[in-house]
Ligand binder design. Structure first.
Ligand SMILES: [Zn+2]
Length: 99
């Protein structure tokens, strides 16, 4: 069984977009939870974020997704996030939901 990573990377900004909803969950739930776990367990900042991300990607490797495809998808996503950060710095205001 192969997984089409492109379908998990390319998306629109509509309200029904599953990728946007996934990103919202990460921002609303996962990021604060990871930060709280790090704090409560005296772990270095971003320790859980980094290892959590790597561990989740490792599950994809285990599932047979080629590492190159994962790295390519991550590169695209990180490019998007960097661009978003730049835009937020330029325009200020809330980062999402009003496209
Ligand atoms: Zn989207």
């Amino acid at each position: 069984m192969s997984i089409d990573l492109n379908s998990l990377v390319e998306h629109d900004l509509s309200d029904e977009c599953p990728i946007c909803r996934t990103q919202d969950i990460v921002h609303i739930a996962l990021l604060p939870a990871a930060a709280a776990w790090e704090l409560n367990n005296q772990l270095p900042r971003f320790a859980l974020a980094l290892h959590g991300a790597a561990g989740l990607l490792g599950a994809m490797l285990e599932d047979g997704v080629p590492r190159e495809e994962i790295e390519t998808a991550m590169s695209v996503l990180l490019d998007d996030i960097e661009q978003q950060i730049d835009e937020d710095k330029t325009f200020g205001g809330p980062p999402r939901g009003t496209a």
